[in-house]
Structure formats: C-alpha cells, structure tokens
Write a protein that binds this ligand. Structure first.
Ligand code: CP
Length: 310
C-alpha cells in the first residue's frame, strides 16, 4: 500500500517536536537558500484559490521557483471544482502534482480534499486556520530574539483563524500569548487548542489592552472583518458594528504609550481600522519581515512534506 501523505491543516495536528523541527528548518533554509535550489526539481505545486491573495500566492510560487520546481495557480472559479465533487477533482490533481496548497473558504471542504488526496495538502488559510502565517510569525520572532521560548506576544483584535493557528503554534514553541479579543465568534474558536495553551500556563485573556501592551515584546493585530467581506456592501452593517466595538482597540500610538513592543500584522493592512498608518512604517514595525518570512517558512513546509529537508 502507498504511504499516506502528511498534510498541514493546522499545527494542532502535528507533534510538538515536529513543529520545533520545522521552525528550525525554516531558519536554516533562510540562511542557506541556495543549498536547497534543486530540491523541488521536476515537482509541481498546485495552488488553488477560492479567495483573493497577494502574499500566499507570491511566496508559494517564488518558493517553488527558488527550489527548482514549478507552481500552477488555479482560481477556483475557473476550474471544474465548480462543477464536480471536491474528492474527484482532488484525486485527479494528486496524479499530476506533488503537492497541493489550497485557500478554501470552508475548513470542511479542505478536510474533504485531505481525505481524497494522495499528495500533501497545505492549508493556505481557511475560515478556521492560517498555519503558514503562524509559522512565518514564529520565524520572525525567533530571528528577532534568537528563541521563541519566553517571548511575550499580545494579539489585539477579533478571535479569528489567525488566532487559532497562533494559539496552536505557541504551545510547542512556548510563547506567552495574551489575547485581547472583544469579538469572539464561538463558531470559529478552536477550544481544544485554547484549552491546551491555557493548561500550559501560556495563555492570558483580557480586555485591558493598555496593560497587555505594556507587558508585551510583540503586539500583533489583524483585520476586524474577513477580507472577503471587507468591501462587500452586503456586509456593511456587520462591518460598522465590528468597527464600533473594535475602534477603541485600534493599534495606535496612544494605545502603545511607552511600550517598546515590536509591531506585527499579517497583511493586508486596513489602515485606519485595526492599525494606524504611521505604525506600519515605524522603526518598531516588523510587519514586512513577517511577510517576507512567508517564503522561507513555506519552503520549509514544502521540503518537510516531501521529505527533502536534508
Ligand atoms: N497574510 C496573507 O495570507 O496574505 P494574503 O491574503 O495576501 O495571501
């Protein structure tokens, strides 16, 4: 029987040691870029997008190019996924591609792909998780202070898919995470990962944003509304409601006060909403480092899933 492929849906499904190893690999790959040049030679990554993207699209494609492989971009709407079963289309893709990265709206559809695939499936961000972003975030922190252990990370925003993956990756990497989340959608929160981080004594939840910022090495924020709906007039009322709740929690100089914390954001940035524009380009901002690190974090994921890490 052929060996079952390993997938990346979220870090919660990986062992702690394996998460530590992949972060170490990402750091190594970044500093030995050209040693991995031919490791994906002759291999194709299919990138399937149901939603828009800048970073995920560019960094996966650039990563495959630098590793000597090839990436095919598929817009869901231009494929026959719109006509057929996810399982049938995925089984076909597995015959021509070595890996599939999918940005799907619904985690249930991603799990259907995972069941059908005979090659690794990588979650490029679904409604519940964004594991590639979380690894890039940890790479950024690890580079900045040489180790993730003991880092104090405060996230201010909506409890969303980015938070779920941060919560799951902070457990093995021993990051102290403080969440300031006035909006908590119970359908999105991964309680299992949350309980795990709480049990490890690594999770604090508060609505006192000023205190949470004062204690932080890193302050992270993200969109208040799913990017899919941000400019959608049918979600205008929800957007307004969320803005009314969240505006007092905007990341700005007044909130930061004397804090020397580094500023993080996974992009795209909605300046004037979750973050004030001047902070994006401020000396404490490591936002572009985070975005750049998607490349090496994902190269590590590609290499690991195809057992090409050496
Ligand atoms: N952070 C992130 O996933 O960026 P894109 O939506 O541009 O891919």
């Amino acid at each position: 029987m052929p060996e079952q492929p390993q997938h990346l849906i979220d870090w919660k499904y990986w062992g702690d040691e394996e998460v530590e190893q992949i972060l170490a690999l990402a750091r190594f790959v970044k500093h030995h870029r050209w040693e991995y040049q031919g490791h994906m030679q002759g291999r194709t990554l299919v990138m399937l997008f149901q939603k828009t993207s800048t970073r995920t699209r560019v960094s996966f494609e650039a990563g495959m190019t630098e590793l000597g492989g090839h990436a095919i971009n598929l817009d869901w709407r231009a494929t026959n996924f719109t006509l057929s079963k996810i399982a049938f289309e995925t089984r076909y893709l597995s015959r021509n591609a070595a890996l599939i990265m999918a940005r799907l709206k619904d985690n249930a559809d991603l799990l259907e792909m995972e069941q059908a695939a005979s090659v690794p499936i990588i979650n490029g961000c679904c409604n519940l998780y964004h594991p590639c972003q979380a690894l890039a975030d940890m790479l950024t922190i690890a580079e900045h202070r040489s180790d993730t252990r003991g880092a104090r990370l405060t996230y201010i925003g909506v409890y969303n898919n980015v938070v779920n993956s941060l919560v799951s990756i902070c457990a093995p990497l021993e990051v102290n995470l403080t969440l300031v989340c006035p909006i908590r959608d119970q359908d999105v929160i991964d309680e299992q990962s949350r309980e795990r981080l709480l049990a490890k004594g690594l999770l604090t939840e508060t609505l006192d944003a000023k205190a949470a910022v004062a204690d932080a090495d890193y302050v992270y924020t993200d969109t208040w509304l799913d990017m899919e709906f941000f400019n959608d007039p049918t979600h205008a009322a929800e957007k307004q409601e969320r803005c009314d709740i969240m505006l007092p929690y905007q990341l700005n100089r007044e909130l930061l006060g004397d804090s020397r914390a580094m500023i993080m954001h996974d992009m795209p940035i909605h300046h004037g909403y979750e973050i004030a524009e001047d902070l994006v380009e401020s000396p404490n901002s490591i936002i572009y480092d985070q975005a750049e690190n998607r490349l090496d974090a994902q190269k590590a994921i590609l290499l690991h899933l195809l057992h090409e890490q050496h």
